[in-house]
Design a protein around this ligand. Structure first.
Ligand code: ARG
Length: 562
């Protein structure tokens, strides 16, 4: 129970008309510590209770069991709560030190499976910064959900099928060479693809040929299939290297092509329910009652579409995982696609479509401009990570030139900085990417949080003996108290992040905690040999545990030294 919940629980018996959640939502943090640690305002109750707020506050104080508090007083239209700081502190620190990295674990998911469709780049194109967001948001959501007892299943729905492979094969046959592709597959395949889009403007016959090749591919033509397989395996090798750098693993790489033989069933169900209509030679599902455009299921030439494969994938996932929720971490620009997907499933009679959630996110821009593969304006993720690691290296060389294991730490800091920056932004917000800012050791950055953790570890190393138990008496100064209150909020923060599918809540929390701790560290001589030394070390230890765990939930490492 954190301190807010303690206050809400004390108020509940006196306010039978309000739920615990209502009460929790009203509780405020007073401006100064003179007004206590938490306050409950009574204005909003005045109307329904037909009484002046001041009187309500007075009555509540009479009714509340004050045993768990230092004191509870009415101040104007507020009930102000003063916590028993020493008890509270000792309790929270002991909880954290006993649980270690398990602090904040909760049994909320009942081991329900949650497929997370994430990353899902397109074959034969580089993973761009655009795919970074899906990858790191998905990975963090998986960590958060696992912590509260769901079973996430990380699925990389590779874009390994579609008309673009007709274009790629056409381009390869015109300008490609085996040697070139072998030497640098992703970049050269991209080169062919970009050239195709430049030249087809003046040579529309290239598009006809591309359509022809894709048709061949769909019909299992040997040459087309062999090229496709080769492009796919070379691309996947390159993707896996990047996932390894990010330390992200997948449970499944079943991409769009996997569903090629599973779409007939979808079309059959749609037909049997009379949901397919012809429109200009194509087969569509009318979605006007959902205020959506018709979903295009089959093109006039019989070729199936992105959404048809997603319908098959959704059904496959339901059957395979019997999911309690099914998440799709995919850019905001595909919102309509997922609305259509859910609507068609609903029309098909699958009520579990309600458990499908699109988790959209905003764009990353570079110098204010959108990134795209067609024009070739891509920022290659691999290159960004290299640059970030190099910047981290420079700063470590300045700050701590004798550090052992510099390369590993620079890796953790550089890559962690890129991941953290992505996650600290609320996912719907677009943001501009500027590497210098991302890798700074000061400001609201990943390295700043990692540095606070490393500082805590360094204090503990200097102290020598292990810290085992806490005594809260010594920790009542304001900076310690702020840090303690934040520590106690970690479990509720995790639940909020999971409810809102919002890793930024954890990232912001980590920044707050790092700041509070740095303030404490700046005001207090921690390693002085006095009676309160153990208490201070227990606080340092707890901060280290919680910062490390918060970073882990984001997919960011926390080196002990940096
Ligand atoms: N490959 C797609 C893209 O890069 C994303 C796929 C998202 N997942 C899905 N099931 N539709 O835009």
């Amino acid at each position: 129970m954190d301190y807010k919940q303690q206050v809400a629980a004390a108020l509940a018996p006196a306010l039978p008309d309000l739920t615990l959640a209502d009460i929790l939502a009203k509780i405020e943090q007073p401006k100064t510590s003179k007004q206590g640690d938490l306050a409950f305002p009574t204005f909003t109750l005045a109307k329904t209770m037909h009484k002046a707020p001041q009187l309500i506050a007075g009555d509540l104080v009479e009714k509340i069991d004050q045993a768990g508090f230092e004191k509870v007083v009415a101040m104007g239209p507020y009930v102000n709560f003063f916590l028993k700081k020493a008890d509270f502190s000792a309790d929270i620190l002991n909880q954290i030190m006993t649980a270690g990295g398990h602090f904040g674990d909760a049994k909320l998911g009942n081991a329900g499976q949650v497929p997370i469709d994430m990353s899902s780049p397109n074959i034969a194109k580089p993973i761009s910064m655009g795919h970074l967001r899906s990858t790191v948001i998905g990975n963090s959501l998986a960590n958060i959900l696992r912590k509260i007892d769901y079973k996430p299943v990380k699925i990389n729905h590779l874009g390994d099928w579609g008309t673009q492979f007709g274009k790629l094969i056409t381009a390869y046959k015109m300008w490609g060479s085996e040697a070139e592709v072998k030497a640098d597959p992703i970049n050269n395949l991209l080169k062919y693809y970009v050239r195709f889009h430049k030249e087809d403007v003046e040579h529309p016959e290239m598009d006809d040929e591309a359509r022809e090749w894709f048709k061949k591919l769909e019909n299992g033509d040997e040459e087309a299939l062999a090229l496709w397989k080769w492009f796919r395996s070379e691309s996947l090798k390159a993707f896996k290297k990047i996932y390894q750098r990010l330390d992200i693993e997948f449970d499944s790489f079943k991409g769009e092509a996997f569903y090629n033989d599973k779409m007939d069933e979808i079309v059959d169900i749609l037909e049997s329910k009379n949901l397919l209509h012809e429109s200009q030679g194509a087969e569509v599902v009318d979605l006007s009652k959902y205020d959506l455009n018709p979903a295009l299921i089959k093109k006039s030439d019989g070729a199936t579409l992105y959404i048809t494969r997603d319908l098959a994938a959704a059904l496959y996932r339901k059957r395979t995982y019997d999911f309690v929720q099914s998440l799709y971490v995919v850019g905001n620009e595909q919102t309509n696609h997922f609305k259509q997907l859910k609507a068609v499933l609903k029309e098909m009679g699958f009520d579990w479509s309600d458990e499908i959630h699109h988790i959209p996110f905003g764009l990353i821009t570079s110098n204010g401009k959108k990134l795209s593969t067609r024009s070739g304006r891509v920022i290659l993720l691999d290159k960004v990570l290299d640059d970030a690691v190099a910047l981290a290296h420079q700063q470590i060389d300045q700050k701590n030139p004798d550090l052992a294991d510099k390369d590993a730490v620079a890796d953790a800091v550089g890559i962690g900085a890129v991941v953290f920056h992505d996650l600290k932004n609320e996912r719907m917000n677009s943001f501009d990417f500027n590497l210098e800012e991302v890798v700074r050791f000061e400001g609201e950055t990943g390295p700043y949080v990692q540095y606070a953790h490393a500082r805590a570890e360094s204090i503990l190393r200097k102290a020598g003996s292990p810290v085992l138990a806490a005594d809260g008496q010594a920790l009542s100064d304001p900076a310690a108290w702020d840090t303690l209150k934040l520590l106690s909020e970690f479990p509720a923060t995790i639940v909020r992040a999971s409810n809102e599918y919002e890793p930024s809540i954890i990232a912001k929390y980590a920044i707050h905690l790092a700041k509070a701790f740095n303030k404490y560290y700046g005001n207090t001589k921690i390693l002085v040999e006095d009676d309160d030394l153990t208490a201070r070390l227990a606080l340092v230890k707890s901060v280290s545990i919680v910062l490390k765990e918060a970073l882990r939930l984001l997919g960011v490492k926390a080196p002990d030294e940096m």
